[in-house]
Write a protein that binds this ligand. Structure first.
Ligand code: COA
Length: 438
């Protein structure tokens, strides 16, 4: 992902079909530029309101103005409204890198801040924005779009599918019993501002190895570390780092504690974020939490569905795990997407894709060599290979290896004599994960 690609994405013209649809509704779309403070204020107010938030303070408006640069911010305006400068719908997207099985990287249009004012809901504004911005991203050459969602039922209609699940853990700390390795390094408390400096480059190494993760959005670290000027309750956050015997910091964790007034020895510790470069720092930080005095419960969200932690505790039933859909993927360019990731072994399969929005529809041959590198070319009825038929949402769901194509076939969502072959090819060595929301 280079600066030219980022600039091209940000400057991509607004989609004409979108403009026409909005104009028919008496509305107009506009992009909020980085220089326009008044437009930024209206836009951030609309986003907050759309997500049921409070009126933004001056500090929050300034923080949003400073922090949301390099995002393509779309606003839909109703010039007949009493406050025309506050958009009635919002949509943000930016260019990021998504890690795919290999591990390898692909550019994605990361999407967030999708809101429509309750005064203008169910008139097709969300659809107009999504379809228009996906067309703009595809025209700018972006092969994939990704997002996290407030409601699971919103985005399947546009071809998105949950491609990486997230697990929420609630661990009964005293019952769990640490049986994992005892890491040789040390865990130390550091000030939040120091953790802020350490965590950013560390994440950039971790994400490259973990399918499902994307470039951390600008401003997110300050939000997690509560180091933004508008952050609240920063004093509740504690930050620790794991350092190897050789002196390298390979893990950072943020946590807060809610005391139990009934039983002081059963307080709840929330792991706000735990980042570990390797198995040693992972074990070192989790053992630190599990063996902490006065803690009855440990909660952690956005964990992977295959956390090694489960095999580091003596009593697995001490860990209650809830899994849910988390990172949604939408393939826009089938050739670029399928050629970016690596596959498990060699094979050939014809994939026939249906796509209601048209971006990815067609029939292609995926030909994978002995190194797991795939090449994609158009296929026709005479192409000699087993085949499968599926929708773009199903292909997107299986893209990161989070669900097997055979499972989707058993669910009636994929058909063809190539299901077993394709399912084996798409299998990934690691469950994909995304460690945050955006
Ligand atoms: C979700 C939201 C953006 C939808 O906006 P909208 O303009 O009312 O949506 P549209 O009128 O364009 O509807 C588009 C489609 O989505 C469906 N839809 C809209 N909201 C839905 C919801 N909450 N649940 C299920 N389907 C929904 C519509 O029925 C319509 O379906 P169809 O076109 O396939 O017939 C809006 O309700 C909102 O701002 N919600 C609160 C903020 C939020 O959750 N944003 C999403 C963040 S991930």
């Amino acid at each position: 992902m280079n600066d030219t690609a980022v600039a091209a994405f940000l400057a991509a013209p607004l989609d004409e079909r979108q403009a026409r649809r909005l104009s028919d509704l008496g509305l107009r779309a506009d992009l909020v530029t980085d220089e326009d403070r008044a437009a930024s204020d209206g836009w951030i107010e609309a986003v907050s309101r759309g997500f049921l938030g409070t009126e933004r303070s001056e500090v929050q408006r300034q923080a949003a103005f400073d922090g949301l640069r390099a995002r393509r911010r779309l606003g839909v305006y109703d010039d007949s409204a009493p406050v025309p400068g506050t958009p009635v719908a919002t949509f943000a997207s930016w260019l990021a890198e998504l890690t795919v099985p290999g591990p390898a990287l692909i550019d994605t249009a990361a999407i967030s801040s999708v809101t429509v004012a309750p005064t203008h809901r169910r008139r097709g504004l969300a659809r107009a924005m999504m379809e228009g911005e996906l067309r703009a991203a595809a025209s700018a050459g972006v092969p994939v779009a990704t997002l996290t969602v407030s409601e699971s039922t919103l985005y399947g209609r546009y071809g998105f599918a949950p491609a990486a699940e997230a697990a929420h853990w609630r661990i009964e700390a005293k019952r769990a019993g640490w049986i994992g390795p005892v890491s040789p390094g040390r865990v130390d408390f550091v000030p939040r501002v120091d953790a802020r400096v350490l965590i950013e480059p560390l994440y950039d190494r971790v994400r490259l190895a973990r399918p499902g993760e994307i470039t951390m959005p600008a401003g997110h670290w300050d939000r997690f570390l509560r180091t933004r000027p508008d952050s609240e309750k920063g004093e509740e956050l504690r930050t620790v780092v794991y350092t190897t015997v050789a002196g390298e910091v390979t893990g950072v964790a943020l946590y807060s504690v809610t005391e139990s007034h009934d039983d002081f020895a059963r307080s709840t510790l929330e792991v706000v974020y735990l980042l570990a470069l390797d198995d040693e720092s992972y074990a070192g930080l989790w053992r630190f939490f599990l063996e902490m005095d006065l803690i009855g419960w440990i909660e952690a969200t956005e964990l992977s569905v295959d956390e090694p932690l489960l095999w580091m505790i003596a009593d697995q039933r001490a860990a209650q795990r809830t899994v849910r859909d988390h990172h949604y993927v939408r393939i826009l360019d089938v050739v670029a997407a399928l050629e970016a990731r690596r596959y498990s072994g060699a094979g050939r399969v014809v994939i026939e894709i249906a796509d209601p929005l048209g971006f990815a529809a067609g029939r292609v041959l995926l030909d994978v060599d002995g190194r797991g590198v795939g090449s994609v070319r158009p296929a026709d009825a005479t192409t000699d290979a087993p085949s499968l038929r599926l929708g773009i949402a199903e292909l997107s769901a299986a893209y990161l290896g989070g669900v097997r194509l055979a499972t989707l076939a058993a669910a009636g969502r994929v058909t063809g004599d190539g299901v077993a072959a394709a399912s084996a090819l798409f299998a990934a060595p690691q469950a994909p994960r995304l460690s945050f929301w955006y």
